[in-house]
Write a protein that binds this ligand. Sequence first.
Ligand SMILES: Cc1cc2nc3c(=O)[nH]c(=O)nc-3n(C[C@H](O)[C@H](O)[C@H](O)COP(=O)(O)O)c2cc1C
Ligand SMILES: [Fe+2]
Ligand SMILES: [Fe+2]
Length: 398
Amino acid sequence: MNTTFIRDGIYWIGVHDYTTWLFEGMWPIDQEGVNYNSYLINDDKVILIDTVKEYMAEEYIENIKSIIGDKKVDYLVVNHMEPDHSSCILAVTNEWPDVKIIGNKKTFPMIRNFYEYNKNFIEIENGQKLDLGGRELQFFLTPMVHWPESMVTFDVQSGTLFSMDIFGSYKATVGSIFDDENEVETFLEPTYRYYATIVGKVTEMAKKSLEALTPLVPSISMICPSHGLVWRTDPNYILNLYIKLANAEVDEGVVIAYATMYGNTRESAEIIADELRKCGVKKILMYDVSRTNMSYILASIWRYQGIFLGAPSYYGQILPSMENLLYKLEGNKLRNHVCGFFTDFSWSGGANRVFDKFIQNTGAYCPGEMVNVQGYPNKDDEEKLREMARAVAQKLIK
Ligand SMILES: Cc1cc2nc3c(=O)[nH]c(=O)nc-3n(C[C@H](O)[C@H](O)[C@H](O)COP(=O)(O)O)c2cc1C
Ligand SMILES: [Fe+2]
Ligand SMILES: [Fe+2]
């Protein structure tokens, strides 16, 4: 049994997932875990806000019963259909067959497609309010943040925004779900990582949704996202952080991400780092893309202004571990970054052409020339690498 009373009849009935290795099949969560936060409003009517991942269904249903006893669940609000939140829908409808499901017109086809369930739907529109036995809920569509049917729910009485994936983070909450009982800074990197991996691609839509929610902000006293902490004391902390994330506002610092088979490209990376130090750059994060899961690199790139990407040529192309990163970066874009590129090769290159195309596609801002090293960097290469590092360093915020 693991539920937490929040306030105003609202309970947290989420679960901690320490079992899944890769979230969405790509992003490691085995070290820190993740929360699937579901909420219950126990008033004249019983209202569920989202569910949890299916493999925890039994515990989830028991948790609900431990709060409501013989009462039944009257409504289930489906803010988001990604299965980390929707795959207990059938567990709920099996237990309480009369439950009414609240969603928008994009929600219900997905419920049919995923779960072959097709009844008791209540369709809401953007901004609509529903009086559910004296408890007034208002709904706001947040399309493509990060699915078409995504929406958020505002409980007027308590001023609570049930914000779905928005304002969420990786990292399971240990002991307490509340912001004021946690060191919120420990959720900063997991929030960046969540944003860069899940929301980054649709950051323009996130910006639009945040703007649309702006008039609501003065009435928000608490934010309850689907992952991470419940912001009951300082919702402005996560609001402001998310505005910064959505605008891809960068911090002072440089990320050097390289791929290598035999170490030549790493040597170039070391030269760049050395020159950056000489230019007074203190925050430098160095990643071998074959060793570090891409999610951590994407998070750092979302956060820091300076970016160097380096890789060897590989059969006329680029080493696949770097190509993978470029694929995600093309989605996330390099909006406010200052970039440098370096490659290694032995005969006719390849990585240089892939980087050229990437720069073209993303419009990456490169104040220096790309450096293409043949084999081990010689004196001439070293000078070019240092020159590129200085060109980038000069453009960095201090
Ligand atoms: C499987 C393989 C494929 C390669 N393909 C190319 C290529 O298409 N063009 C090229 O110029 N060099 C190619 N190379 C050479 C490497 O890019 C070159 O040795 C480089 O110095 C390796 O850098 P590293 O030490 O950082 O791994 C290839 C090397 C290997 C092992
Ligand atoms: Fe999601
Ligand atoms: Fe989610």
